[in-house]
Design a protein. Structure first.
Length: 346
């Protein structure tokens, strides 16, 4: 196993924040992962797992050992009467995975095109976009227990998926606790892609595309193209302007809370959820508080989409965190809603 010292992390976080890892190991196979796990016994400073670096705010040089997951591979494992079961290495780029599945004739991930990050990070965050979440297409995954060195598998129920949430985001609360934060290193993810595919078109942006094009029954590839076009228009390319995509989760409220907000702000963007709650558009709330285009140092709110914080050049993690906290305070003072950040801060 090759451990590298003092590795610049700027290329490995989509915010483009300058920092170094005191030590970094590249994990390109299950065997690498097992070797790295054994070596963690010699790392009293601990460890952190790095995938695509698209959901990360780095606030300084990283002292814990960085485990950079680069496991590759994409294959059809099997198929049932209802679905194709596709397995993808945790280090694969998420968008390239989505493109590959469509190229193979396996629809189902198209609404989540152009989400930045790696495949291994997708179940951690239960990523989602335009009406589809990872849990809707998830079959199972394999992971390495960094405490015991054992490889284990989890199905969807065992992952305890929630809105931008999973078992991988919660620490164990005791010997029998179920949280796997910091303990599980995801190796491979399997998706169940439906043979009886139906388009998911419930979001306003996609409805506009249907109206503009006159296409009432778009194919999976057409939805993929629309989503890519919408996201490129709204969101900056991290290679050009550092960012971590959507910075805050869309909050959910009760119908009564939503009615109260509508009474004060009739234009608030909101979506009814299956469980009876109402999802509010965090970007709209932030924009309504006047944050679009505002900055703290070199960290700023993107001019085209208030849900995105960007690095205008040379921003520190501290500036990003300070800006995020100021936005949270502003939204809470006006709407009584506490916005929850999506990225992990280290």
């Amino acid at each position: 196993m090759n451990v590298t010292q003092n590795v610049p992390l700027q290329p490995y976080n989509s915010f483009g924040i300058v920092a170094k890892a005191h030590s970094l190991v590249r994990i390109r196979s299950e065997e690498d992962a097992k070797t790295a796990q054994q070596d963690l016994k010699n790392c009293p400073e601990g460890h952190c797992v790095l995938g695509g670096g698209s959901n990360l705010v780095i606030t300084g040089d990283v002292k814990p050992r960085v485990l950079k997951v680069e496991i590759s591979g994409k294959r059809l494992v099997t198929e049932t009467d209802k679905a194709w079961i596709v397995e993808v290495g945790a280090g694969e780029n998420w968008h390239e995975c989505v493109t590959w599945t469509l190229d193979q004739g396996f629809p189902g991930l198209e609404n989540m095109a152009l989400i930045p990050g790696s495949v291994g990070a997708s179940p951690v965050q239960n990523i989602g976009a335009y009406g589809v979440e990872l849990q809707d297409r998830f079959d199972s995954l394999d992971a390495l227990d960094l405490l015991t060195g054992q490889v284990f598998s989890l199905n969807a129920a065992q992952c305890a998926f929630g809105y931008r949430d999973s078992i991988f985001k919660h620490a164990s609360s005791g010997p029998n606790g179920l949280g796997l934060a910091g303990r599980a290193l995801i190796l491979r993810v399997r998706f169940a892609l439906p043979k009886l595919w139906k388009p998911v078109l419930g979001y306003l942006d996609l409805e506009r595309k249907m109206a503009e094009t006159g296409i009432a029954q778009p194919s999976a590839r057409q939805i993929y193209d629309w989503v890519c076009e919408i996201r490129r228009h709204k969101l900056p390319d991290p290679k050009v302007l550092g960012n971590a995509g959507s910075f805050f989760k869309n909050p959910t409220v009760t119908p009564e809370q939503c009615a109260d907000i509508i009474a004060r702000d009739p234009k608030v963007v909101h979506y009814p959820m299956p469980d009876g709650t109402i999802k509010l558009a965090a970007g709209w709330l932030i924009d309504a508080c006047g944050w679009k285009g505002k900055s703290v140092g070199n960290a700023a709110v993107y001019e085209k989409q208030a849900l995105v914080l960007v690095n205008r050049g040379g921003a520190t993690g501290g500036e990003v965190v300070t800006l995020a906290k100021a936005i949270q305070t502003s939204v809470y003072e006006r709407f009584g809603i506490r916005l929850e950040p999506e990225p992990v801060v280290i």
